[in-house]
Every structure is written in C-alpha cells, then in structure tokens.
Design a protein around this ligand. Structure first.
Ligand code: CMP
Length: 140
C-alpha cells in the first residue's frame, strides 16, 4: 500500500472532555502518524463552508452550531492506506453502530457529537487539508 495522507478533526465534544491525547494514542496505535496538528476555534463561516456538501441535510444547522461550540483539533494523518485506515479506526458515524475498539465506540456521545471527523476519499482529504493547513505546516 502506498503512503497516503488524510484529514482528521477531533471535535468539540472530545476537546471538552480532554480526550485529545487519548484519541491521538488510538490513531498512532493504528499506524497513523500525526504530521500536522493545531487546535483552533472554527468560525461559523468556516464550519458552513467545510460542511457545505451537507447544506441541504436536515442536521446541517445543528452540525454547524456543534462544530463551533468549542475548540477543535485539526490534523493531517499519514500512513499506509491512511484514508481507509483512519475510517476503520474511527468507526461508524453513529457510535451505537461502531465496532468495539474504534474511537467512536470508545468516546463518541451520539451521531452528532461523534468525537472525530475523517475524510472519506483521497480527493476529499486533499481538499480538506488544504482548507486548514498551508503545505509548509505539514511535516512528514
Ligand atoms: P462527519 O464525519 O463529521 O460528517 C458529517 C457529520 O454530520 C457527521 O460526522 C456527524 O457528526 C453529523 N451528523 C449529525 N446528524 C447526522 C445524521 N443523521 N447522519 C449523518 N451525519 C450526521
């Protein structure tokens, strides 16, 4: 498998509960390297733009409010098959369906406050990491 990069967010429900280190430990144990990371307060405009693909969904307003309700940690993860690997270690969107040992099974509160976001394709990963990071901030 080729080395790949993906984009990740540790969401406000997790930063509020001081879980950044615990989540990073799960990511690293899964073979992902954190090659960029910063803690930020997303603006409403950033959250609306980042989740623009979901603008027509009934949960969009609540999702934007949640994502700006506290700090998030945005990250670039690197590793073999990183997009799929991160999706596997995150677990299903709804924690009640997530497999044992996944981040969402371990930590998520509900389908909205689900602790982490991860890109769903290499193409979206490239777009999403460029949304938050300059190329010079990503150090492999
Ligand atoms: P994420 O991977 O960040 O992508 C979109 C987010 O919308 C998702 O995780 C959830 O946090 C949130 N969300 C809230 N309600 C729903 C829902 N009914 N279906 C899918 N995603 C939802």
């Amino acid at each position: 498998m080729a080395t790949e990069r993906t984009f990740s967010i540790i969401k406000p429900d997790a930063t509020r509960r001081n879980l950044t280190g615990k989540i990073n430990a799960v990511l690293e144990a899964a073979g992902l390297r954190i090659v960029a990371q910063k803690r930020i307060q997303m603006t409403q405009a950033q959250a609306e733009s980042f989740y623009g693909v979901h603008a027509a969904r009934p949960f969009f307003r609540d999702l934007v409010s949640f994502m700006i309700s506290g700090p998030v940690v945005v990250q670039v993860l690197e590793g073999d098959n990183a997009v799929a690997r991160n999706r596997d270690v995150m677990g299903a969107t709804n924690p009640s369906s997530a497999a044992e040992g996944t981040i969402r099974k371990l930590f998520a509160e509900n389908i909205e406050a689900n602790s982490v976001h991860g890109s769903d394709s290499a193409e979206n990963a490239a777009t999403e990491m460029a949304f938050f990071f300059a190329a010079t901030e990503i150090v492999g």
